[in-house]
Design a protein around this ligand. Sequence first.
Ligand code: UD1
Length: 448
Amino acid sequence: MADARPFHWEFTPDPVTREVFRIEGGVPLRGEVPISGSKNAALKMLAAATLTGERCRFTNVPEIEDVRVMAETLRDLGVVVDHPEQNVYEVASGDVEWLFVPLEAAAKMRASFMLLGPLLSRFGRVIISNPGGDRIGRRPVDLHVESMRTLGATIEYRNGYYFATAPGRLRGTEVRFPFVSVMGTENAMLAATLADGHTVIRPSAQEPEVDDLIEFLRKMGADVERTYPDTIEVQGKRRLRGADHHVIPDRIEAGTFAIAGAVTGGRVTLTGAPCEHMTAFLEVLDRTGVDAQCDADRITVDGSALRDGGFRAVDIATAPYPGLATDIQPPTCVLLTQARGVSHVHEAIFEDRLEWLTELNAMGARIDIPDNHHAAIHGQTPLRGTEAEIGDLRAGASLILAALAADGESTIHGAHHVKRGYENIERKFADLGARIARLEEGTTSTTS
Ligand code: UD1
């Protein structure tokens, strides 16, 4: 095993190509849109593939920037990552050369921290940068780090890097989290698959993406089971093998397109949509009066109630799964601007995930934001096209939704945030009839 690379003291981020979305709103969207594979499942599987030296093959991987960053990060470690065709990735981690995840990777994507558990467990050491990710408030990794310590690792934090070692194997034990963390659960679970002995993780996250990861790990030969809804148990193995896996569909992308159909007063069918993972969201649609019909893996959303007097105001609160996903809260706020009455929003997971609502107010919405976790949306308000700046992934998708619903033209800056998590979003919207284009800053053409 080669020594870890010396780490960089100075970091200059890659220059991002400045692109904008140019949108002419007011067109009811109609037609079918295919739902891509789940970002939050695919990223963890790519990381989990480093638990074995054998080849792993993933299908239905979304073609998004975060996946590209994870693939590049793995290649920098010496992992062979092939991308033989669209939506297919193959990962072979036989010759990992560098047990070092640099700031360059971590600053681009928080999920780079998912390499802590598998690399530490398989190789006994790793140096990994404190992650960045979306600007949606303080997002610490203390739960991840503490869980590794509980499993027997020694971890020091110096100059922005975690230096983690576990001579011999990690030891199976009880990992108790003070509250539910999705990636915290996943990191502990990945580490435990190669630990010596039995690990119990609770409370563990119940998100469908965690269960998809469990299914993949079992194909690798791991002994992992969700024994109670909030408990995952792992019997460590000495080795895992390569496996193939088809990633589940992205419930957040599906929710985003469902709202697009509703707020434009159109009719959109989502194909390959994970109805069974979207219960809390579909309940919100139902309460607002948006008609959504699930049929196997298709959801048809009819927003004609918009023209027949608007939707109904509802109160929503985000929660860990099976509650309403925090990632679908920003798009849902756009829907609630088109509902009659006052809707109260409680964002319970992240701080600062309501800040972008000021951009929505600039488009004509009437939203009070008394504190970091609460908003009151006074509807129904017509939205008008504007110039806005995207601050993070989900706010970005939501600004696109608002622009699609608005009268007139919008220019939405910071398209790169959206490319992190949505495959070909402008093409998918254009295929539904939207007048949308992604252009380099300064370009004037509005063709899609
Ligand atoms: C994951 C998802 C993200 C989603 C979030 C909540 C991925 C790649 N990202 O993020 O899209 O919005 O779940 O569903 O899967 N926390 C700590 N210490 C920690 C870890 C988390 O205090 O060590 C806090 C967070 O700040 C947050 C809460 O725990 O307030 C829940 O966050 P968590 O479930 O860990 O989110 P992620 O796994 O980062």
